[in-house]
Write a protein that binds this ligand. Sequence first.
Ligand code: CNA
Length: 332
Amino acid sequence: LLPFANVALSRVLRRRKRLAHLSSLQDAINLLRDSKRIIILSGAGISTSCGIPDFRSSTGLYAQLQDEGEYELDDPQQMFDIRYFRERPEVFYSFAKQIYPSNFFPSPCHRWIKLLEDRGQLLRNYTQNIDTLENLAGVTKVLQCHGSFSTASCLRCKTRVPGPTIEPYIMAQKVPYCGTCRETRDRGLEIRRARKEAAKKSKLKGKAKEWDSGSEEEDSDGSEWGGGEPGIIKPDITFFGQALDSEFDQCLFKDREEVDLLVIIGTSLKVAPVSEVLTHIPHSVPQIFINLTPVHHVQPDICLLGDADSIVTYLSTQLGWTIPPPSVVVHP
Ligand code: CNA
């Protein structure tokens, strides 16, 4: 018995007549055996077995946020919306520890991707995941399209800090503010105070008045502080409303010339522009889709529906490959 459903799409529905002959499990096995430059496009479904909920499953984060009602969101997606975050960062920080990748370990899927890399067959893993489990599995040819918790940046001055710097704030459910902004502000205020003091002392009243009425920005002697509070630090995960790093386009532009197989695993393909990878690679490149639930807005050549870990394990067995066992990994 197969641990999953092998869905052969109707030939009429096929997007490309050239590949209309592909549909069976044996085709998937042959493609995996013969391909040398595979793109893996992965999503939250490859990490659910690690204990990290996805977004859109019935037990996923959106359903949880909807049911709990704790955060009073108009829409669960708001939790990851950059405009909402700027207005109410405390909402995200009261929730973030639930998705913070502090104690999760790679799944068989992550280790399968590493196996493909070790076999010299992986062109690149485009992951939408922010959990960095690909890194923990040892995959090096990985592009974290939606960023990760491994770094965080100030929304105001853009200073970037290592992710662990804000870990205590995430765990304590507090909003971290930027130390660099704070220093700049304090330095500016200090300069302003010193100038006032100097002006008073030298009885340069006219000059002192001018300084008194000036803005902090003018007074801060190059600090460019515009007043207000220091910036909020946000993990460098891409929120809705934020552009992807230009590396995504650059890699795709290059990889589309080389790829010979696209394997899509554990994603609903609902989030653009990553979901559009399918349309950006040449039509002659076969596509295998491995997921718990079907998607209806795209027509990959081969759909294998079921638990992704079971499917890649089954495929590997058929191919005579061994997925590396979990190794002792240390979270950075
Ligand atoms: P999604 O829209 O929640 O879709 C996940 C898909 O995975 C669904 O179609 C599920 O049916 C499928 N799935 C769930 N469990 C399994 C399983 N065991 N085997 C096979 N398939 C399974 O998530 P997407 O990744 O498509 O959406 C992109 C979002 C999700 C990105 O912006 C991510 O940052 C975000 N996200 C990431 C994580 C993570 O890093 N682990 C967790 C939750 C959300």
